[in-house]
Structures are given as C-alpha cells and as structure tokens.
Design a protein around this ligand. Structure first.
Ligand code: ATP
Ligand code: MG
Length: 324
C-alpha cells in the first residue's frame, strides 16, 4: 500500500499568460482530512482539477496512490471522488436516475449498483428526494447529490472544491458533519473560504497564495501564539481613587513587564479609563500584569486574553499588498 494518498511535485499550470500554479509540492498521507485554503484566484480549483485528472498540468507531477494522474487518468479516477467547484448536475434528471447514470459512468459492477446507490442515498440523507428532479432541489440537497455521486464507486480519496459554498448555516453544518463522517474512512482534501470550517473538520491546513504554498500545519499550530509572535491581552484600567491617569507612565510600566513585547493604546471604557493591548510570547503575563496594576494604584476594569485566529494567520500569509 503506498504511504501517501496524494503526492504533488513541482506542479505548475499556465493558462496562456496567467500562471495559476507556480511549483506546488505537498504530500497527504492516507486518512488525513486536509483543508486547502487561499484567497480567490490562488490556484485551489486548478490544483484540485489537476489532481482529479480533469485538467492537465503544464509541468510537475501529481500522484494519487502511486498512480500518475496524467499518465493514467482512468486508473487514478478509480481512487478519486471529486466534487467540482460548481457541482454540475443534470437538472432534468431524477436524483435516483442521476445516481444510476453516474454508477454506470463510474463502472460500478452491475450486481453492486443497487446496493451502492442505496448506501450513498442513506449516507447523504437523500432518501426523501430520490424521485425528485434535481432542478427542484435546494442548494444543500444538490451538494448532497454531488457527494453521493462522488462516493458511489467507493473511492479512497475525496477531492471537494468548496463543498459548503452558497449554503445557509444549517446546511453548512449538515454537509460539514457528512464530510466528517466520510473523513473517518477516507482521505479528504477540501477547499473552503470558511476558516472556522477548517478548525472543526480538518487535521491539517494547506494555505496557497498566488499559486504557491505559504503554510502547511495543523489548525492548532497556525493559531498558536508563536505564529504571530505572541498572544494578546486586552486590559482596561482606572485610577483607584478616581484621579487623572498618566497614560505614558502606565504604558511604560506595562512595557517594562517581563514577557511583554509590545504595548498599544486602545479605547478605554468611558472617562477616566485607559485601554491597552499587550502583546506577549509564550508566557502568561496576567499575574504580573495584576501586580503592576496594584503597584501603580490602579484598578483593573477589564482583562481579556485574545488568541491569534486562523483569520489573522491567513491574512498575514496571503495579504500580498501588505507583503509588497
Ligand atoms: N480556464 C481558465 N482560463 C484562464 N484562466 C483561468 C482559468 N481557470 C482559472 N484561471 C485563472 O487561474 C488563477 C487560479 O484560479 P483558480 O480557479 O484555480 O483559483 P481558486 O483558488 O480556486 O479561486 P476561488 O477561491 O475564486 O475559487 C486565477 O488567476 C484564474 O483567473
Ligand atoms: Mg476555486
């Protein structure tokens, strides 16, 4: 059994003058559920289409299992269930007819077809709509049909391009749970713009920007304090006896605290209060902060520690204007 489910090596793709993918390399071991993130136009769909064998790369290699997707697209597709970005379905067909059609195209053996369709319909919660025309379905149900079609031939790898795009919050939760279930037995790579989705669904995050990989880590580590040079503490103080506050003196006192790497003034909480945001490294500075406040005859009106979010990390890594 090959060790990795996906192996991409120096992948490039040009669309005429546009270079959509610029030397991308990564590997995904079996069983992982990977979130594939990046801003619009980053090259996510292009990469996924190449991986699914529906688009040829300009250069580089892509393997699924140990199969080269360019040299043997038919062999590779047997291992892959692909939900394309726009999830094109045959609108005029009944759901069950569409699934029969896909089973046919996917060469599901005739004697297994009925059982496979039944399984997919059950797993994807389609039992109530199998006799409806696809064009009568809500977007959430269309996505379910797309997922059912993708798993009919029991692939090892699911490639899902924005599976929750355009769904309402309830449908998002339902599709996400379905993907989680599928992820228990399959390798999954899914693209999304909903960063919280990655935190709840994926064990690994790949972020691409302008066709290049800019991050490859667990969601936890990408949101850990160390990524942004520390977590932040938001603090609001007042004077213990209601006297005027010396902003500069207080700021300097906070800045002098062990472990604090920066202090910014932020809005207070009404007259005679001052707000600050303290950046710090791995150590928790709240205790020494409290002592500093007492020492300076201040009262602590608010103390809140904020974690670096995946949004912060994503923006930092993909904000080209800021990097330029
Ligand atoms: N068929 C095509 N012809 C020409 N250029 C294309 C084509 N498909 C994509 N591109 C270009 O390639 C780049 C990458 O597009 P791609 O669709 O892979 O991005 P994406 O990361 O999926 O973006 P989104 O988040 O908007 O779905 C973009 O600059 C896009 O305009
Ligand atoms: Mg896309």
């Amino acid at each position: 059994m090959p060790s990795s489910m996906i192996r991409i090596e120096g992948l490039t793709k040009h669309y005429g003058p546009t270079q959509a993918v610029k030397g991308l390399s990564f590997e995904v071991p079996r069983g992982q559920v990977v979130g594939f993130l990046g801003p619009n136009g980053a090259g996510k769909s292009t990469t996924m289409r190449i991986l699914a064998g529906s688009l040829n790369p300009t250069g580089g290699k892509a393997f699924v299992g140990d199969i080269d997707v360019v040299a043997d697209p038919v062999g590779a597709r047997k291992l892959i269930g692909y939900l394309p970005e726009s999830n094109p379905l045959y609108d005029e067909m009944m759901v069950v007819d569409y699934l029969r059609f896909v089973a046919d195209v996917r060469d599901v053996p005739k004697d297994l077809r009925a059982q496979r369709i039944k399984n997919a319909v059950e797993r994807c919660g389609l039992s109530g709509v199998i006799s409806k025309d696809i064009n009568q379905l809500s977007r959430g149900y269309r996505q379910r049909v797309g997922l059912a079609a993708a798993i009919l031939h029991e692939p090892d790898l699911l490639i899902l391009d924005e599976p929750t795009a355009g769904l309402d919050p309830n449908q998002i939760v339902e599709i996400r749970n379905l993907i989680k279930e599928l992820g228990k037995e399959k390798t999954v790579i899914l693209s999304t713009h909903i960063l919280s989705e990655v935190q709840t669904t994926c064990s690994r995050v790949l972020i691409i920007n302008e066709g290049r990989l800019v991050a490859d880590d667990t969601p936890e580590r990408l949101t850990a304090a160390s990524t942004e040079g520390g977590a932040k503490v938001h603090v609001v103080v007042g004077h213990r006896h209601g006297q005027a506050l010396d902003a500069t003196a207080i700021r300097n006192a906070f800045a002098a605290m062990a472990g604090v790497s920066g202090v910014e003034s932020v809005e207070g909480d009404g007259p005679n209060t001052l707000g600050f945001e303290l950046r710090h490294g791995a150590d928790d500075v709240r205790r020494v902060l409290f002592e500093t406040v007492v020492k300076h005859d201040l009262v602590l009106l608010e103390l809140r520690r904020t974690q670096v979010s995946l949004e912060d990390t994503f923006r930092k890594l993909t904000d080209t204007r800021r990097a330029a």
